[in-house]
Design a protein around this ligand. Structure first.
Ligand code: SF4
Length: 367
């Protein structure tokens, strides 16, 4: 296939659905890791079309959703400095911190800008030598290479007024944390195709062996997801556990070596807190000591923050696959995209946002 609409062909989708129906004999629970996959599943009604024996649950792969609330508060504090130009991907602007969000900081007149690339922020720093320019470097292994590249460029150009607020998370430790949980019910994973585009899928081979669980690297279009589900179910029904690659048009076993090299040059692995989930060992990235002058937390002295998360928001349970958005008592009532209580309601990859956008409005408006 060559064009995007071919991956949305309803006739082929029906063929896949019939193939899935033919091979499904038992009840199975599959987690899609990535929030982009969640949105495709809910948008195209895949969760309602597959056999009822298959339960799709939504994973922690939404970078905006898992950015700890402390980091949002730090971003707000840094952005509220009149000497700072604060640059961020647009998704982060409406994510609620403890008391505010970046959009409200912008509304107060502080210089908060949406950047489409961290390298744009480096250029803004060059053009504004009298200002401190900070880029909010969030995301999984997909956004870590360009963020590393920005620091590398700033270092090479001896740029002193650029720094990044780092909140990078890694997928394999999160998968292991889910599988190690006593409440785990996941029997197979659709791994995130774009993360594997960068990292390859070598890292998943030991997870498959250790936990005896099928993992299928999967893309984001409806036919990708249906094929990924078919491959998971085939393995589960045949009692096999292998890493398989549905997204072979993009992903190789080794991944993008150059991207991995720049990540390794700039970042090192650290323990990391995930919003709503808590600390996961070795699940984050931080700047290496050599590049610590680009660490916005050090530069602005925003180090030891601890805040309580909202008691009403169950997004942590949703991100671990233990609940679904419609299980949240305030979904669609007290919590909406206009007045979000949690990040999963505002992120374009958040599960609550997907349900709000695409599920039957009768379910959404429960009042
Ligand atoms: S609906 Fe809102 S409050 Fe409930 S889990 Fe989702 S983001 Fe949190």
């Amino acid at each position: 296939m060559k064009y995007i609409d071919e991956y949305r062909d309803s006739g082929k989708a029906l063929e896949y659905l019939n193939a899935i129906r033919r091979i499904t004999r038992h009840d199975w629970t599959i987690m899609e890791i990535c929030g982009g996959q969640t949105h495709s599943i809910v948008k195209y009604g895949i969760d309602e079309l597959i056999p009822k024996e298959i339960n799709l649950i939504h994973g922690p792969g939404c970078p905006v959703c898992v950015t700890p609330i402390e980091k949002i508060d730090k971003a707000i504090e840094i952005a509220s400095n009149p000497d700072v130009i604060f640059c961020s991907f647009g998704d982060m602007l409406r994510v609620p911190g403890t008391k505010s969000d970046l959009l409200k900081v912008k509304a107060k007149g502080f210089d908060v800008r949406i950047a489409y690339s961290p390298v744009d922020a480096v250029n803004i720093a060059k053009q504004n030598p009298e200002k401190e320019v900070v880029f909010f470097a969030v995301g999984f292994e997909t956004t870590a290479p360009p963020n590393a590249q920005a620091v590398y460029l700033a270092h090479k150009q001896n740029l002193k007024n650029f720094s990044i607020l780092v909140s990078h998370v890694l997928v394999p430790p999160a998968i292991e944390a889910i599988l190690d949980s006593k409440n785990n019910r996941v029997q197979s994973f659709l791994a995130a195709g774009h993360v594997c585009t960068v990292m390859g899928y070598k890292e998943y081979e030991q997870i498959v062996r250790k936990y005896k669980i099928p993992i299928v690297v999967t893309g984001f279009e409806p036919l990708d997801i249906l094929q990924g589900i078919y491959m998971c179910i085939a393995q589960l029904e045949e009692n096999r556990y292998e890493i398989e690659n549905q997204y072979a048009r993009v992903v190789t076993r080794e991944g993008n070596i150059k991207a991995q090299e720049i990540m390794k040059e700039i970042f090192e692995i650290c323990d990391n807190k995930w919003r709503g989930i808590g600390e996961i060992e070795n699940s984050g990235l931080k700047l290496k000591k050599k590049y610590s002058e680009y660490d916005a937390e050090l530069k602005f002295g925003v180090i030891n923050y601890y805040v309580e998360e909202s008691k009403e928001c169950i997004s942590g349970l949703i991100l671990q696959g233990l609940k679904k958005p419609l299980d949240c008592p305030v979904f669609g009532t007290k919590c909406t995209p206009e007045n979000p209580l949690g990040a999963t309601m505002v992120s374009s990859e958040g599960a609550c946002s997907a349900y709000y956008l695409y599920k039957d409005k009768k379910l959404v408006n429960k009042e």
